[in-house]
Write a protein of this length. Structure first.
Length: 101
């Protein structure tokens, strides 16, 4: 997690995200630096528009689903769940019974 945070910190500071800078940030925070993770992070972030990724992942408050509708959806899932589990148990038992004749 600290590797991603170091990249985000560098990005917000307007610094280049490279191995050397990430190592410096991690060392300054007291974290142990793993060379393989640093190289992997830098290669994955190469060519990625971080601002665009952050913008896409942020969910506006106005678009959020009302809590009541989420609760109703969860209730419906719970109601269906016991039937599905019972059916799966029966199918599993039938499958096991066929193995032992």
């Amino acid at each position: 997690m600290e590797y991603v945070y170091s990249a985000l910190l560098l990005h917000s500071a307007g610094q280049k995200i490279n191995e050397e800078n990430i190592k410096k940030v991690l060392a300054a925070s007291g974290a142990k630096v793993d060379e393989a993770k640093v190289k992997a992070l830098v290669s994955v972030l190469e060519g990625v528009n971080i601002d665009e990724v952050i913008k896409q992942s942020a969910m506006p408050v106005a678009v959020a689903v009302p809590v009541a509708s989420v609760a109703k959806a969860e209730e419906k899932k719970e109601e269906k769940k016991p039937e599905d589990e019972a059916k799966k148990s029966e199918e599993a038992a039938a499958g096991l019974a066929s193995l032992f004749g």
